[in-house]
Design a protein around this ligand. Structure first.
Ligand code: GAR
Length: 208
């Protein structure tokens, strides 16, 4: 059974999707062992508590640098024997120390079809503001392995959703969460836990 750590910073609807999928037995060979929040009062911690999952706060403000915070994170993950790290709305910068230990074992969900509307400073609602400002007719979500370069790691799963003429950033965000993120993230996590993902260069192969 793979032990999963979910990193969060906010509302935690993607965490909830993982908890619900776990409850339905859809995270095959995996178990959420801990939720780690970079924000002390993130609602995601409530969701963890309600599900009986241990919550832990790793506040960036408590560390002199991103590197120091990342080292503390790695220490915690090792202490708990974590196999897979899932960033589910985690808005804090981490440094290479994490990827040295967890090579192709950190997964992120991003609310656009990468390589569109991604990279430094492009997160949360900003992503949807940019998509609407550009005038795209479809957007969507991407689940990918995390590497040192922001939003540039090998892509595991992607799914598209329509952009409607009357959309606001909030309505587009909600549609992409419902139709894409909340489905793709548990699916990718389950594939990882079953050992069905292999990475060849930039390409992720999904084994049958
Ligand atoms: C989600 O839309 C997630 O894809 C996005 O933040 C939101 C978090 O919502 N993440 C990023 O933009 C990362 N670059 P949640 O806390 O309700 O899961």
């Amino acid at each position: 059974m793979k032990k999963i750590a979910v990193l969060v910073s906010g509302g935690g609807t993607n965490l909830q999707a993982l908890i619900d999928a776990q409850g339905r037995g859809e995270i095959v060979n995996g178990e959420i062992a801990v939720v780690i929040s970079s924000v002390p009062d993130a609602y995601a911690l409530e969701r963890a508590k309600n599900a009986g999952i241990p919550g832990y706060v790793l506040d960036r403000k408590g560390y002199p640098s991103s590197q120091a915070m990342t080292s503390a994170l790695v220490e915690k993950l090792r202490e708990l024997s974590i196999d897979l790290v899932v960033m589910a709305g985690f808005m804090t910068i981490v440094t290479h120390e994490l990827f040295e230990v967890y090579n192709n074992a950190v997964i992120n969900v991003h609310p656009s079809l990468i390589p569109s509307f991604c990279g430094p400073g492009c997160y949360g609602l900003h992503v949807h503001e940019k998509a609407l400002a550009y005038g795209v007719k479809v957007s969507g979500a991407t689940v990918h392995f995390v590497t040192e370069e922001c939003d540039a790691g090998p892509i595991i799963l992607q799914r598209a959703a329509d952009v409607l003429p009357e959309d606001t950033p909030e309505t587009l965000q909600r549609r992409i969460m419902e139709q894409c993120e909340w489905k793709l993230l548990p699916q990718a996590v389950s594939l990882f836990c079953q050992g069905r993902l292999t990475v060849e260069g930039r390409a992720v192969r999904i084994l049958p």
